[in-house]
Design a protein around this ligand. Structure first.
Ligand code: NAD
Length: 337
């Protein structure tokens, strides 16, 4: 029996999670929701049974002539789990309004506070903590990227304090209501940014402080890390450890990857929607100076959390052990190929 998955919020993350679920042999999409009858709703209705996220908006869909199967309240009884991909903080409202009443398991995204769920999740770092759980939060794109990298360093080496700077894309490519055309914005100005504490929701023992800046770009985030090494280590040792992990892709400036623009150009040839599910680490950025290890990575914000949502579903329904789930997810999405 396949696990029946509902996606509440067919936006940037929701449509990618829906497509990724469809690629698995142990789960299926029973429906997706939209709030308004826009082009995304029209596309969604061609691919999946479409439901209305806000019951009061049913008439809008009828007037637009889009076929709907009902509202979120009709969808939830047909599903075993709902993946909430609604905007920041709306997931917590949906939990109180719908999910608890329906008695359904739910996955939330990184825009929610950690207390929305029983566990904050990253497949590599704490898969087992989500086993059998009812409410799980997949951490944000930046936190996923940081957590994967730190987990790999922590597993292979003895590390101390971590200092990291997040250079954040200001908005996603589709967003036209906000942005930053001119300027680089410290966000927040005072230390720390929320990313370090968010990493600690998954890896509580790490010593990390982060700062963050918004930049006028839409393509990817870039992270610059400085990690204290508590053992003698060479850059080659770190390259070799990271190259073992399929969810980390090592790229080289020598191949022409001079910026995130080039990374995305490469991804346009590689994947649907140029989705990069992996941490993209510049090989040449891995350097050791005394006790300090330096690493620079790029994170495709629209895609990196997608495999984590799939693994979270498997953990919550005890469909597979960690390694098996990650292997299946990787294979289905072409990760590590
Ligand atoms: P989005 O705006 O692209 O999509 C959100 C979707 O939810 C839209 O289709 C919207 O119509 C719908 N929606 C609005 N109100 C709703 C409601 N009450 N119930 C159900 N659906 C509703 O947003 P997104 O970028 O996909 O973000 C979704 C979540 O994923 C947020 O928590 C965000 O922080 C997190 N996230 C986003 C990114 C990213 O870079 N886009 C990366 C990682 C995590």
């Amino acid at each position: 029996m396949k696990v029946k998955v509902a996606i509440n919020g067919y936006g940037t993350i929701g449509k990618r999670v829906a497509d990724a679920v469809s690629l698995q042999d142990d789960m299926e999409v029973v429906g997706v929701t939209k709030t308004r009858p826009d082009f995304e709703a029209k596309l969604g209705a061609k691919r999946y049974p479409l439901y209305v996220a806000k019951p009061e908006n049913v008439e809008l869909f009828e007037r637009a002539g889009i076929e709907i199967q009902g509202t979120i309240e009709d969808l939830l009884p047909k599903a075993d789990i709902v993946v909430d991909c609604s905007p920041n903080k709306v997931g917590a409202e949906n939990k109180a309004k719908y999910y608890e009443k329906a008695g359904i398991k739910a996955i939330f995204q990184g825009g929610e506070k950690k207390d929305v769920a029983e566990v904050s999740f990253n497949a590599l770092a704490n898969y087992d903590e989500a086993v059998g759980k009812s409410y799980v939060r997949v951490v944000s794109c930046n936190t996923t990227g940081l957590t994967r990298l730190i987990y790999m360093l922590k597993t292979n080496f003895s590390i101390g304090r971590i200092r990291a700077t997040m250079l954040r894309r200001v908005v996603d490519p589709k967003e036209d209501k906000k942005g930053l055309v001119n300027g680089i914005m410290p966000d927040p100005v005072a230390i720390p940014s929320h990313h370090g504490p968010d990493v600690k929701t998954v890896l509580p023992d790490v010593d990390i402080v982060t700062t963050a800046f918004k930049l006028p770009t839409t393509l990817m985030h870039v992270h610059s890390l400085c990690v204290e090494m508590r053992e003698a280590v060479k850059a080659e040792d770190v390259v070799s450890a990271l190259s073992e992990e399929p969810r980390i892709m090592l790229i080289s400036a020598e191949d022409g990857f001079t910026s995130t623009a080039k990374v995305i150009e490469f991804a346009r040839e590689l994947r649907l929607r140029y989705d990069l599910y992996e941490n993209i680490v510049w090989r040449e950025s891995i350097g050791v100076d005394g006790n300090d290890l330096f690493v620079t990575q790029a994170v495709h914000q629209e895609a990196i959390v997608v495999p984590e949502n799939i693994d979270a579903i498997r953990a919550m329904f005890e469909l597979a052990e960690k390694e098996e789930s990650i292997r299946k997810t990787n294979e289905s999405l072409g990760i590590g190929k």
